[in-house]
Design a protein around this ligand. Structure first.
Ligand code: COA
Ligand code: AMP
Length: 629
């Protein structure tokens, strides 16, 4: 079948389409119906089924004779380690870990925070939670203690599973002090913490609270897979929104199983047994869907890569891993390819490796600029596919579904909507615009299986963030257009979210941190274009009257403050002091205009601006930082 036929089949009978896809999942009790309409824009998929995620990701492959196949390949250039874990080993390890968690009181529905670097134990911890119906929430290692504390208070975990340290090029990330600091800051206290002691750093354990990963598993009875309801939360993953309070995206068990399993062949074009590699981090949605769950559910080998595209040790690392482990489909963020291209524009490293197993490459997480796509196509000689999705959706809204049909690639477009997604471009009044015209990108409800049903303990926020702007639609927060062939173009966010090196960050959260500085009266943070990271945050500070401290000192302090409060991943390094911020007459800061000035793109004087002269001051300040040329 062609893509158009598959999409038409879904349109003709959406529920039948997903019931068919559900046939590939091993149910304890198969769903009798696909969709439940709960009213007010809320929906659930396969709610009356009973199923276990870990069984589908691990045990069933052992039972089907894949026990000896590698489930996880751990390749860590930063520790010079390579290790394979077969499906049977993974089952045994996960069953024991799950048994140990249960023995310490973790039960179905309890939350468990996982704060770990890219080691296989991170996936094992996720699967162990799934095995006993606990709800995990993985927190990215590049976040600071206060961000972890916010998540502890929101998820109220019974346990936290962490590693003693992470390894970034040139420095050890001391996870344990960050964890201890976060627990101290949080009002909620977990019953216990499990610490994986790594060779690179042995952390001090707090007696009575911390247990050692190996020690606490000793002699416990392994746990069986506990079937849970189809609408049981599999996990909570926090993502950036408009404010400093992150949004707890929930994923339901059955929908995730069905959607991710469907995507592996139809979008990513892999068959069970093939090696699939997503070079991301378990702390992001890509890591949840395509390092952990998708490949394992589908019987693929997944790679846990602990390294960077460059510098670990060189710009050939990606190609080495692909060649050595016979990767068939590779998934990364465009920024990673830009980093490689900057160091090896001619692709000298590519030539050193046998990439004959590589079938295709997928890019997501930020806009894929045509130069990067063309460079990758030329170097690798395989299709390089941009696809668009979000933490909220858990899998592609738009893609080029190579397992169905390789559609023509249009540079700058993540191609076409996937079955399950009816995508519309709307004007401010919620009316569809014509092909080629810009508007807000919205998805007709219901969203397909595997997408968020709501936000963790924030149903009202779910409605106001996503459902109220355009009744009957999910508001993606992205703006863009659709051409006459139905290809989408994603142009910008419509909110305060920016994308730095494929990492989703909130400028609102950074503004909250800057405002907390005693000398700052008012501030604004914008995302300016960056040739490597896509965007970089840049802060404008207005100081309190009478503050005559050197500006450079204050800038240094706020940079440090963002690193301490949000984390190194914010990459907040640019800030300047200005007298005033440009605003509308009603007092709204004109951030979009400042972005256009910084990027040197064309812009119109906003009709509602209070005092146009301020823009000259902003331009001068930006020029001093090397922008607005
Ligand atoms: N734990 C602790 N710190 C982390 C971290 C982690 N897991 N991941 C990143 N950081 C730190 C980095 O060390 C860096 O710190 P520094 O300011 O001391 O240098 C900071 O956070 C910013 O990281 P990043 O934006 O990733 O830049 P980088 O300089 O480390 O790497 C690239 C640059 C191009 C290699 C990088 O952009 C890259 O490949 N990113 C991965 C893209 C990706 O996988 N995105 C996920 C969505 S698919
Ligand atoms: P995250 O939730 O971290 O996956 O970030 C989602 C956001 O990243 C989207 O809403 C987009 O703004 C952006 N994004 C992701 N993929 C793409 C893409 N292929 N093209 C353009 N923007 C993208």
């Amino acid at each position: 079948m062609t893509y158009s036929e598959v999409y038409a089949q879904w349109q003709a009978d959406p529920e039948g389409f997903w019931m068919d896809a559900a046939g590939a999942i091993s149910w304890d009790r198969a769903p009798t119906r696909a969709l439940s309409d709960l009213g007010e824009g809320l929906y659930e998929w396969f709610a009356d089924a009973r199923v276990n995620t870990c069984y589908n990701a691990v045990d069933r492959h052992v039972e089907a004779g894949r026990g000896e196949q590698a489930a996880i390949i751990y390749d860590s250039p930063v520790t010079h380690t390579k290790r394979e874990i077969s499906f049977v080993e993974l089952r045994n390890r996960v069953a024991t870990l799950a048994g140990a968690l249960r023995a310490k009181g973790v039960e179905k529905g309890d939350r468990v925070i996982i704060y770990m670097p890219m080691v296989p134990e991170a996936l094992e911890a996720m699967l162990a939670c799934a095995r006993i119906g606990a709800v995990h929430s993985v927190v990215f290692g590049g976040f600071a203690a206060s961000e972890l504390a916010v998540r502890i208070d929101d998820a109220t975990p019974k346990a936290i599973i962490a590693a003693s340290c992470g390894i970034e090029p040139g420095r050890i990330v001391h996870y344990k002090p960050l964890l201890d600091g976060a627990i101290e800051q949080a009002s909620h206290k977990p019953d216990f913490c499990v610490i994986l002691q790594r060779e690179q750093e042995v952390a001090e354990l707090i007696e009575g609270r911390d247990v050692n990963w190996h020690g606490f598993q000793y002699g416990v009875e392994p746990a069986d897979c506990l079937p849970v309801e189809g609408n049981h939360p599999a996990y909570i993953l926090y993502t950036s929104g408009t404010t400093g309070q992150p949004k707890g995206v929930i994923r339901h068990t059955a929908g995730q199983l069905v959607a991710l399993n469907w995507s592996m062949k139809n979008i990513y074009n892999v068959d069970p047994g093939d090696v699939f590699w997503a070079a991301s981090d378990v702390g992001w949605v890509v890591g949840h869907s395509y390092i952990a769950y998708g490949p394992l559910i589908h019987g693929n080998t997944t790679i846990v890569f602990e390294g960077k595209p460059v510098g670990t040790p060189d710009a050939g690392t990606f190609w080495r891993v692909m060649a050595e482990h016979k990767v068939k489909t590779f998934f990364t963020a465009p920024t990673a390819f830009r980093a490689v291209k900057r160091e090896d524009p001619e692709g000298d490293f590519v030539k050193k490796y046998d990439l004959s197993h590589l079938g295709q490459v997928f890019l997501a997480g930020e806009r894929a600029d045509p130069d990067t796509i063309v460079w990758a196509q030329e170097q690798l000689g395989v299709p390089v596919i941009d696809h668009w999705w979000q933490t909220e959706t858990g899998w592609s809204i738009a893609a080029n579904p190579l397992g169905i049909e390789a559609l023509p690639v249009k540079l700058g477009s993540p191609a076409v909507p996937m079955p399950g997604y009816e995508v519309h471009i709307l004007d401010e009044g919620g009316h569809p615009v014509s092909a080629g015209e810009l508007g807000a990108i919205a998805i007709k409800l219901p969203l397909p299986p595997g997408t968020l049903p709501t936000l963790w303990q924030a149903g009202d926020r779910f409605r106001t963030s996503y459902l109220t702007a355009f009744p009957g639609y999910y508001e993606t927060g992205d703006a863009g257009m659709m051409d006459e062939d139905g290809y989408l173009y994603i142009m910008a966010r419509t909110d305060d979210v920016i994308n730095v090196a494929g990492h989703r960050l909130s400028t609102g959260a950074m503004e909250e941190v800057l405002s907390g500085h005693p000398d700052v009266a008012e501030c604004a943070v914008i995302g300016v274009a960056d040739s490597l990271k896509g965007q970089m945050p840049l802060g404008f500070l207005c100081l309190n009257a009478g503050c005559n401290r050197p500006h450079s000192e204050i800038v240094t302090e706020v940079v440090k403050r963002v690193r301490e409060k949000i984390g190194p991943v914010a990459a907040f390094k640019l800030a300047c002091v200005v007298d005033r911020l440009p605003k509308t007459r009603s007092g709204k800061i004109l951030r979009a205009t400042m972005v256009s000035i910084a990027d040197g793109s064309s812009w119109k004087m906003p009709a509602t601006i209070d005092d146009p002269a301020i823009l000259d001051e902003i331009k001068t300040a930006l020029q001093e930082l090397g922008y607005a040329s």
